[in-house]
Design a protein around this ligand. Structure first.
Ligand code: F6P
Length: 319
């Protein structure tokens, strides 16, 4: 019987718990002994590893976050700690890992594989949807739904008070969450790091809209743009002449009850990851594209910054 473990690395996403549940169920079905590594790569170094079974995952499918914890490990970047990690895995006879995380974690795992031969499969997991080679990362749909609910609620108060609202979404350097939220919520302005802008270009139009009866504005801005959200709000007050407020959505975007789509994607990602590991996919990431699920090399996934879909960018220009 082979032993297989799973861990979460980097920012948690809603969808990790459904993935953990299916990991246990599918491993057992395949005749594997499943283990959880708690608190990400930190737990791998600290030997925070436990064999698990059905009872460990009962009732978690509805919960956001990750039952086993996550971390952004600095220690794993150092050879001596990777040696300790390998020793811990050997003591438990674990030679296959499923890693839910982002490109930084996958890079670390590739080094670990090259040094110590521990097979792994990455499941792209970040609300930023910024991993090259995959159209979808676990957690994105739930995050978008939370943003949608927040914008819809803010619209109610914005329209009641004749105010401009600057709503800041997460995404680090990637504007995907902001862009999709803009296109699907009918906001008036969307600013993302990928597209240069000049606020002056909007001034005349926005002032005319107010003259023609507009009562409020919704602006969706991604973290990582050239100005901070408060500066955009000040611009609304000083140049457009409308009272404004900032709403930074922050970490609420990372939590919450996983959507149906994320539960289903968690299920599929885990199936492919385990099957891949059992069929000599020794160092890969399971990606989802228009061709379906595909195993991609770490090089392909990590060597380039993901670019936003050009069709979506065209939609932004027309919006
Ligand atoms: O990568 C996911 C993400 O939520 C980013 O969108 C954001 O910039 C960052 O993590 C926040 O990190 P932390 O939770 O460490 O504050």
């Amino acid at each position: 019987m082979s032993n297989i473990a799973i861990l979460c690395s980097g920012g948690d996403v809603s969808g990790m718990n459904p993935a953990l549940k299916h990991f246990v169920e599918y491993s057992l079905q395949k005749g594997l002994r499943p283990f959880f590594i708690y608190d990400g790569l930190e737990g791998l170094i600290d030997n925070n590893i436990q064999e698990v079974s059905y009872s460990d995952v009962s009732g978690i499918i509805t919960r956001g976050g990750t039952k086993i914890g996550s971390s952004r490990s600095k220690r794993f970047m150092h050879k001596e700690y990777r040696k300790i990690a390998k020793k811990n895995l050997d003591a438990l006879g674990i030679d296959m890992l499923v890693v839910m995380g982002g490109d930084g974690s996958f890079r670390g795992m590739e080094i670990f594989y090259k040094e110590h031969g521990v097979k792994f499969c990455g499941i792209p997991s970040t609300i930023d949807n910024d991993i090259n080679g995959t159209d979808y990362c676990l957690g994105v749909d739930t995050a978008l739904n939370i943003i949608k609910t927040s914008i819809d609620a803010i619209r109610d108060t914005a329209s009641s008070f004749k105010r401009a609202f600057v709503i800041e979404t997460m995404g680090r350097d990637c504007g995907y969450l902001a862009l999709i939220s803009h296109l699907t919520s009918g906001s008036e302005l969307c600013l993302i790091p990928e597209v240069p802008y000049d606020l002056k270009d909007y001034e005349e139009d926005f002032k005319n809209q107010i003259k023609n009866g507009r009562r409020y504005f919704i602006a969706i801005v991604s973290e990582g743009i050239q100005e901070d959200s408060q500066e955009i709000a000040t611009w609304f007050e000083e140049k457009i002449g409308m009272e404004s407020r900032v709403s930074v959505l922050g970490h609420i975007q990372r939590g919450g009850n996983p959507s149906i789509y994320d539960r289903l994607m968690a299920y599929k990602f885990v199936n492919y990851a385990i099957d891949g590991l059992l069929h000599q996919k020794n160092e890969s990431v399971i990606c989802y594209t228009k061709n379906g699920f595909e195993f991609k090399s770490i090089k392909e996934v990590t060597s380039k910054t993901k670019e936003l879909d050009t069709q979506l960018l065209t939609c932004l220009e027309c919006s």
